[in-house]
Design a protein around this ligand. Structure first.
Ligand SMILES: Nc1nc2c(ncn2[C@@H]2O[C@H](COP(=O)(O)OP(=O)(O)OP(=O)(O)O)[C@@H](O)[C@H]2O)c(=O)[nH]1
Length: 746
């Protein structure tokens, strides 16, 4: 054992603080494939680690007046994980030391207790020599280890270890050497020394000596009395693996102090063998009442010790044991002590005994205590060695079990909460899918309805306008200027008619389309508000967009040429006989031409060839006929029909325009173009509604994905902690069934 250990351990608190930022150590719970230990261990703090239930892995934090739980809560998960990780790895280190201790035959018995309880007197009584100073004033201020002089080449001396030195018996620079008689001075001077090693020769028989049992090299340690200054150091000292047994000395006239209670709780957690010695029992008048009071306090404090009180709790009087000039004292002869040897010794002791029998009882009580001690230190040494390991392991596994259970429950409940959220999201998504489907169908129906309406309207309006009233395109008025201005009139009428149908009527239809598109957008907005919420207000009907769509296909140039016939409105009977008239006129013209040529030839003596040439001229008679016929008839008709010319021109142009527009499929083209514009505008708006719904669903799906990825580590964690619980349960069962009551005396 490194003699510097108490100081090293005292630095534990400071080291733990520096570990706050260190990564978690998970080695202690390796083999389980889960690397979220840091995160998860931190979470257990949510249950305040059930702090008071943890024996070894309790964080034991103190910061000013801040309460432990509040302090733990004030730390982040990672910090707490680091602390726990550190605690776990130091627990593993402690277990390894315990393992090493099992192979080490030496034993250390720590004697501690309240100030002035009689610890030094008790040690002296055990040794049957007055080695340590006894005083009514607090006098022991450093740890005094009493060892067999055989470990110091048989020499009885005191090695006072200097404050910063690490004790090495073979290196005299680490200590000052004193005689046993100087002890009183050394133990009260704690400014120069931190502890002392007291080597004494115990020549009693092995069966009587504690130090020299012949089985176990034993060290007895007298400690400074417990108070707020020394409690921490003693607690740390107690945790040393070499300390197999702790004897807590309490003055019979006192109750358990707070430091006493704290210490017993700690020592019970660390060590299997904890003796409670109620000393100075001789000073108590009502011994029965005193026993009852102290035992009942002990029952509340530690039921296990109480249950085995016949072994572990002793009411004694150290003064009953003579340490001066006793026949088996320092220069003892090795003979066995017995109550039979103490007849008449009442005069040699300092106890308050009125009767010899009281004194005898006190000696017997002390002997019983010694027997129990020897039983555990010597006879059941395997128990005293294994028991601390067993106890410690039980505490560690119990702590691990508690931590794992808290984390398991936390992981399960977090998983459950996340699952509820996922179910909620899924049902919302399902509803949204149905709504999206319905709103899509509704939007489609609005778009189709509006498109069909505009198509039908455009087609009927244009057809009607082109057909006009009585075959004349209406709403076109230009004053007729008379026969002389007929051509100008005709052109103007034609342009006006064309403009009427290809511009005004089309514009009417387009206006209707805008109106219907507006109405459709309103309907889609309503739909959006219903299914998407307020955001649908962002949908704005863009008439510019619609104009742009329509302009792309706007009226093609329509050309209608004017001819002479446009001015004539042939009466039906005239038209019927026109071919006969034309034939008669042709014969007459040919005959007249032949007679005329014959007459010229006869009177002028023209040659045959001349006649022949003239007759050839007659071949063009058809052309002439047409010219002549057209000119004469037109003149005739125009003169004859002059008042009806405006109507004739209108009808003729209407007919020609209608024919031309039919030829280029004007009505269908425009109906298609305008309704397609409406369709595109509404489609875009309907798409917006779908898009909003889709985005909303995407956001929800993303949320679900995030929840699922958050749930995964929880599932892994709950499985991980379930295995830890199983494993720790199994280990605790094995430990519980482990029987250490095997005698080892060889
Ligand atoms: N009557 C009586 N007095 C005792 C007994 N044991 C110890 N004393 C007295 O109690 C006083 C304190 O004894 P110590 O042995 O010095 O006590 P301690 O616990 O070692 O003291 P510190 O180490 O200073 O805390 C001394 O005066 C002892 O004589 C006992 O069994 N009976």
């Amino acid at each position: 054992m490194d003699q510097n250990q108490p100081d090293d351990n005292a630095a534990e608190g400071a080291e733990m603080a520096t570990q706050l930022n260190h990564p978690i150590q998970t080695d202690s719970i390796e083999n389980l494939e889960y690397d979220h230990s840091g995160e998860i261990l931190g979470r257990c703090i949510d249950g305040a680690i059930r702090a008071s239930q943890l024996a070894v892995l309790n964080l034991d934090l103190k910061l000013g007046h801040l309460h432990h739980d509040r302090l733990v809560h004030s730390l982040g998960r990672k910090a707490v994980s680091s602390l726990l990780g550190y605690k776990l790895s130091s627990a593993v280190g402690h277990l390894q030391s315990l393992r090493a201790r099992i192979d080490d035959p030496s034993s250390k018995v720590l004697v501690t207790g309240d100030v002035n309880a009689g610890k030094s007197t008790f040690c002296n009584a055990l040794l049957r020599r007055k080695i340590l100073p006894e005083n009514q004033q607090p006098c022991t201020s450093i740890f005094c280890e009493i060892l067999n002089a055989t470990e110091n080449e048989g020499l009885e001396e005191v090695h006072a270890v200097r404050l910063k030195a690490t004790y090495d018996r073979l290196n005299e620079r680490t200590y000052d050497k004193y005689a046993l008689t100087d002890l009183a001075e050394i133990v009260s001077d704690n400014k120069k020394y931190k502890q002392c090693k007291i080597y004494i020769a115990d020549t009693r028989a092995n069966s009587l000596s504690l130090l020299n049992s012949g089985v176990v090299p034993l060290t007895l340690v007298d400690t400074p009395g417990l108070n707020s200054h020394t409690a921490k150091t003693t607690a740390i000292f107690t945790k040393q693996e070499e300390v197999d047994m702790v004897i807590f000395v309490l003055s019979a006239s006192n109750q358990f102090t707070i430091s006493a209670k704290d210490f017993i709780t700690l020592a019970a957690a660390e060590k299997a063998c904890l003796f409670v010695v109620i000393n100075r029992f001789d000073t108590i008048k009502n011994k029965v009442e005193c026993k009852e009071t102290i035992l009942s306090q002990l029952r509340d404090l530690n039921p296990q010790i109480f249950d085995q009180s016949s072994e572990f709790v002793h009411f004694v009087s150290s003064h009953a044991i003579s340490t001066e000039g006793h026949p088996y004292g320092g220069s003892g002869d090795g003979s066995a002590p017995s109550s039979g040897d103490i007849d008449g010794s009442i005069d040699n002791c300092h106890g308050n005994y009125r009767e010899q029998s009281d004194y005898l009882d006190a000696v017997l009580d002390f002997e019983r205590l010694e027997k129990s001690l020897r039983n555990f230190v010597v006879d059941k040494r395997m128990r005293s060695k294994l028991a601390p390991a067993k106890t410690y392991l039980q505490k560690v596994f119990n702590d691990i079990n508690i931590l794992a259970t808290v984390n398991y429950e936390a992981a399960l409940s977090e998983s459950g909460e996340i699952m509820d959220q996922i179910i909620d999201i899924r049902s919302k998504l399902l509803r949204m899918h149905v709504e999206a489907r319905n709103s899509y169908l509704e939007a489609e129906s609005i778009v189709t309805r509006m498109r069909q309406d505009v198509y039908d309207y455009t087609k009927s309006t244009l057809t009607e306008d082109i057909s006009g009233d009585d075959g004349i395109i209406g709403n076109v008025y230009i004053p007729y200027p008379g026969i002389l201005g007929v051509f100008r009139y005709s052109e103007s009428i034609k342009r006006a008619m064309l403009r009427r149908v290809t511009f005004s009527s089309v514009r009417d239809c387009e206006d209707y389309a805008f109106y219907k598109a507006d109405e459709g957008v309103d309907m889609l907005k309503q739909l959006g508000r219903l299914h998407v919420g307020k955001k649908k207000d962002e949908l704005v009907f863009s008439s510019k967009y619609m104009s742009y769509l329509m302009n792309g296909m706007l009226n093609r140039q329509v050309n209608v040429h004017t001819t002479l016939w446009d001015f004539i409105d042939w009466p039906v009977p005239f038209g019927k006989y026109l071919p006969v008239v034309r034939m008669a006129l042709k014969i007459a013209l040919k005959t007249a031409a032949a007679v005329g040529v014959g007459w010229i030839a006869f009177n002028t003596g023209a040659t045959k060839s001349y006649v022949a040439e003239k007759l050839k001229l007659m071949r063009n008679i058809d052309v002439m006929e047409n010219i002549f016929l057209g000119a004469s008839i037109t003149s005739l008709v125009m003169v004859f029909m002059s008042p009806r010319i405006p109507t004739i021109i209108r009808r003729r142009h209407s007919k020609k325009i209608a024919d031309k527009l039919a030829e280029i499929d004007f009505v269908n083209d425009n109906a298609e173009r305008i309704s397609a514009g409406v369709h595109q505008v509404l489609r875009a708006q309907a798409y917006d509604v779908s898009l909003y719904q889709e985005r909303k669903m995407n956001r929800l799906e993303e949320k679900e994905r995030r929840r699922r990825s958050k749930k995964k580590p929880n599932d892994v964690a709950s499985e991980y902690f379930r295995k830890i619980i199983e494993m720790s349960d199994k280990e605790m069962k094995i430990l519980e069934e482990l029987d250490l009551e095997v005698p080892t005396r060889s």
